[in-house]
Design a protein around this ligand. Structure first.
Ligand code: ZN
Length: 181
């Protein structure tokens, strides 16, 4: 990528600019100014490109390549609903607090006598998806996609109760996915 260099004319003895990092494109000598995720599974890890090569990257990048249509929709919902800041522990919507309160993890003050858990974490998450053990992960995933479709704002006119439900479902699915990973 050619860069206009009026400074080089006006200040012939100016030191060449030192880059914090170079463009990740092999053979490119430009500065890496624009972050690009390493992969779909590593969205918070970056390589850095110059403007020209970040454009090329963005053009080639198809986040959803290889995903089925249902998975794409579920992923979209997952991203938009799940990544909201209101999901920090202890500050989330009612459903979220209810789940954790039963464990007593986030209470202040003296230690309480240990409680008998009525269910395991996995069973609770399954119940949120209207499932019971034993169940294969493929079945969990299929149910998750089905519920996301059913509760999608486009399908129900943005019913707030459904949105709360969808948050709990996303939470449950995230747990189950990590347990089955
Ligand atoms: Zn470059």
């Amino acid at each position: 990528m050619a860069r206009p260099t009026p400074d080089a004319v006006n200040e012939p003895f100016r030191r060449p600019r030192e880059f914090e990092r170079g463009c990740a494109e092999p053979g490119c000598a430009e500065e890496g100014l624009y972050p690009a995720p390493l992969s779909r599974d590593r969205l918070r890890e970056y390589k850095w490109y110059c403007l020209e090569h970040i454009r090329a990257f963005n053009k080639a990048w198809d986040f959803f390549a290889g995903m089925k249509e249902d998975e794409i929709e579920a992923q979209r919902r997952f991203d938009t609903v799940w990544n909201r800041p209101s999901w920090r522990v202890g500050t989330g919507p009612k459903g979220f607090d209810d789940i954790h309160d039963d464990f007593g993890f986030f209470r202040d003050g003296e230690a309480e006598p240990p409680r008998q858990r009525p269910q395991t974490e996995e069973e609770r998450a399954l119940a949120e998806l209207e499932l019971q053990q034993p169940v294969a992960f493929e079945e969990i995933k299929a149910r998750y996609i089905e519920l996301v479709k059913r509760l999608h704002p486009d399908a129900n006119g943005g019913n707030p109760e459904n949105e709360e439900r969808l948050k709990r479902i996303n939470e449950a699915y995230a747990r189950l996915r990590s347990l089955h990973a």
